[in-house]
Structures are given as structure tokens and as C-alpha cells.
Design a protein around this ligand. Structure first.
Ligand SMILES: NC(=O)c1ccc[n+]([C@@H]2O[C@H](COP(=O)([O-])OP(=O)(O)OC[C@H]3O[C@@H](n4cnc5c(N)ncnc54)[C@H](O)[C@@H]3O)[C@@H](O)[C@H]2O)c1
Length: 337
């Protein structure tokens, strides 16, 4: 039987998830799409033969919805995930779980009280082949012990007029916070942050240096106004070698004495495979009840949120900030531990 899915938020990501569930992931059926903007919900729902609405709580309460995809703005995530848990619905929530670690703790407490994991987070880079190969290279000893991981996250321009350097840390960088934890298998001890000024007056890049509990250094550059294209780079440096991410490349243009490789305008083409593998894993999760081996949990969302809060303080106060996480609850330890 198909997993009956309801989507909250019909913007860029909601539309992409709708397409993935409807066209690219078997075993999923789009039932209902809601958005604060009724016309947007209607337009997306009609494309896939789903019903539209404006009330997320009503969607979550429906008995003909098995699972929920949340793609509304960041501040709505934690309250909606809590509503899903209350209704016994499995949920794939876009990142971040919350910009506030206290809200993540509330989600974790509610999930643990229910006795089963129901919350998967949209840290899709865990499902990207290049990060997976990096992780396997480390695990298999190909580069020796990990020493550093360098990460670059560049967007053409920041998404909203009210975007701030803090949001570069709380909204964009969580992908890097999470995937470096995933690759290295460690947590963070401390963070330092810098933001060079742009002449244009736009939000400048944020550069963070993170120290891990495994003794490694992780660097993260988030540049939301890089102008030239969507570009994610990364390199894991070990004591005996290094692994770099290679972005998938489907064509090259030879012209005017030059060879040109185009950049995408945003994240969707770069991580197309990762989104699809992530959503397939989510459908399997809903069916089996077994949390996906590579999936990001509410605990991972909490970890990213604590680090983001420390990063914002580090940037604001110009100092090294120690990251203070609670010990990992037994409930979130991988069953294979
Ligand atoms: N995983 C990724 O790679 C990735 C990439 C981009 C964005 N995101 C995340 O996805 C989420 C959505 O981002 P987006 O780029 O699609 O934004 P968007 O602005 O394009 O879409 C958000 C939609 O939510 C609707 N909305 C606002 N408040 C709502 C509410 N209370 N209930 C229902 N709908 C509401 C808006 O009308 C809008 O249509 C954000 O949390 C963002 O952090 C994740």
C-alpha cells in the first residue's frame, strides 16, 4: 500500500518534494498540500491530483494521512513536528529542526515519550554520493586518521531581503554542521566565527573554525552572496591522504578558446540524487518503522542547533565559544552501536 503523504509549505522546497514523491519515489501518494498562501497550495496540489488547504494542524490531524513533509519556514518547524508527534504521524522535516536548541529539546522529549522514532530531518547531504564516499574512505582507512575537514557553501545571492549573517549560521550552515559530524563521527567542542565585509553592503561570507571532540579542525565558509553560482566544495584531510567532493558534471561547453563547466542557480540540481535517496529512505521508514541508517534524527537537529547558537554568539562577540550539548540520550543511539 502507498504511503499517503501530506505536505506543509508549497514554496521552492515543498514543490521539489512534491515532484520527488509523485514522480521519482515509488510507494508514495500525495494526498494533501497546504500553504499559508491558498493559491500556491492549489497550484501545486492540482499538478499532482492532490487536495489543497491552508491549515497545517488540520492536515496533521487527518486519518487518511500517514506521513507529513514540512517545508514551511524555519520558525514553524518545531511546533509542527510536535503536532505530528502528538497525532502519531511520522514526519520528514526540512532543516533546521529549529533555530532554537530549547525547541529541539522539546521535540526530543516528546518523541522519546512516544517510545518510537518518528522524526527524520532533511539533512539530505548524508545521502549524497560524494559525502558517502568520503565517509567510506575514512572508515576504510584510505586516508589515515582524519585531521581537518574544509567546507565551502556558496549561493548566488541570499534568499530574502531580511537575510542576516546570523541566518547564514542558523539557516545555511546547518548542512555543513551536520554533514561534517556525519563524515567524521564526532561532535563539536568550540567554534570561532568571522565575517569579512563586502563593499556592496550585502551580507558578507561567514567563516567558522570548529574544534571537534575527536581533535580535528573543521572549517566552514558560508557565502550567501557569491554571485557566480551555487557551489558546494569540501575536502577531508587525513594523515595519509585527502578526499575531495566532486560535483556531478553532466556537460562541458567548448567555445571561444575556453572550456566552460556551468554552475546551477541553486541547490536542487547539485543534490538531486541526495533528495531522492533521502525521500525514498523516508517512505521506507514510514512503512517499516525502522529509522534510516543514514538519516538525520531530532538528536542531529539538536546538535546542529546548539552549534549554530554557539556560532552566532562567536560572531557577535568575536570570541571562541564552547559548545555545550547535553549527553546523547540512549533513545537516539544507533541500534547498531
Ligand atoms: N534541504 C535543503 O537543501 C533546503 C534548501 C532550501 C530550503 N530549505 C528549508 O526548507 C524550508 C522552506 O524553504 P523554501 O526555500 O521552500 O521557502 P519558500 O519561501 O519558497 O516556501 C515556504 C512556503 O511556506 C509557506 N508558509 C509560510 N508560513 C506557513 C505556515 N505557517 N503554514 C504553511 N505554510 C506556510 C509560504 O507561503 C511559502 O509558500 C525552510 O525551512 C528552509 O530552511 C531546505
Amino acid at each position: 500500500m502507498s504511503v499517503r503523504i501530506g505536505i506543509i509549505g508549497a514554496g521552492v522546497m515543498g514543490a521539489d518534494h512534491a515532484k520527488i514523491f509523485a514522480e521519482d519515489v515509488g510507494g508514495a501518494e500525495l494526498r494533501l498540500i497546504v500553504d499559508a498562501d491558498p493559491a500556491r497550495a492549489r497550484a501545486l496540489a492540482s499538478r499532482y491530483g492532490a487536495v489543497s488547504g491552508t491549515d497545517p494542524e488540520a492536515l496533521i490531524a487527518r486519518s487518511d494521512i500517514d506521513a507529513v513533509l514540512i517545508a514551511s519556514p524555519d520558525f514553524t518547524h518545531a511546533p509542527l513536528v510536535l503536532a505530528c508527534l502528538k497525532a502519531g504521524k511520522t514526519v520528514l522535516c526540512e532543516k533546521p529542526l529549529s533555530p532554537l536548541s530549547a525547541e529541539c529539546l522539546a521535540v526530543m522529549a516528546a518523541e522519546e515519550a512516544g517510545g518510537v522514532q518518528r522524526v527524520q530531518l532533511g539533512f539530505m547531504r548524508r545521502f549524497d554520493q560524494s559525502y558517502q564516499e568520503m565517509r567510506v574512505a575514512l572508515r576504510d582507512g584510505l586516508i589515515g586518521r582524519a585531521v581537518m575537514m574544509h567546507n565551502f557553501h556558496r549561493n548566488v545571492e541570499n534568499p530574502a531581503a531580511d537575510f542576516t549573517a546570523d541566518m547564514a549560521i542558523t539557516n545555511s550552515a546547518p548542512h555543513e554542521f551536520d554533514v561534517a559530524r556525519f563524515v567524521l563521527g564526532t561532535d563539536y567542542l568550540a567554534v570561532t566565527a568571522f565575517s569579512p565585509r563586502l563593499e556592496s553592503g550585502k551580507v558578507g561570507p561567514v567563516v567558522m573554525v570548529l574544534e571537534t571532540s575527536g581533535g580535528q579542525v573543521v572549517t566552514i565558509e558560508v557565502n550567501n552572496n557569491a554571485a557566480y553560482g551555487y557551489d558546494v566544495r569540501g575536502e577531508l584531510v587525513g594523515e595519509e591522504g585527502a578526499v575531495s567532493l566532486a560535483s556531478p558534471l553532466h556537460s562541458r561547453i567548448d567555445r571561444g578558446l575556453q572550456q566552460v563547466t556551468p554552475y546551477a542557480a541553486d541547490w536542487r540540481p547539485r543534490f538531486a540524487g541526495a533528495y531522492r535517496r533521502q525521500n525514498r529512505a523516508f517512505v521506507d521508514f514510514v512503512r517499516s518503522g525502522a529509522f534510516p541508517a543514514d538519516g538525520a534524527s531530532a538528536w542531529d537537529g539538536y546538535a546542529a542547533s546548539v552549534i549554530a547558537e554557539a556560532g552566532v554568539t562567536a560572531l557577535k562577540e568575536g570570541r571562541r565559544v564552547v559548545v555545550g550539548m547535553i549527553p546523547q540520550p540512549e533513545f537516539y543511539r544507533k541500534r547498531t552501536d
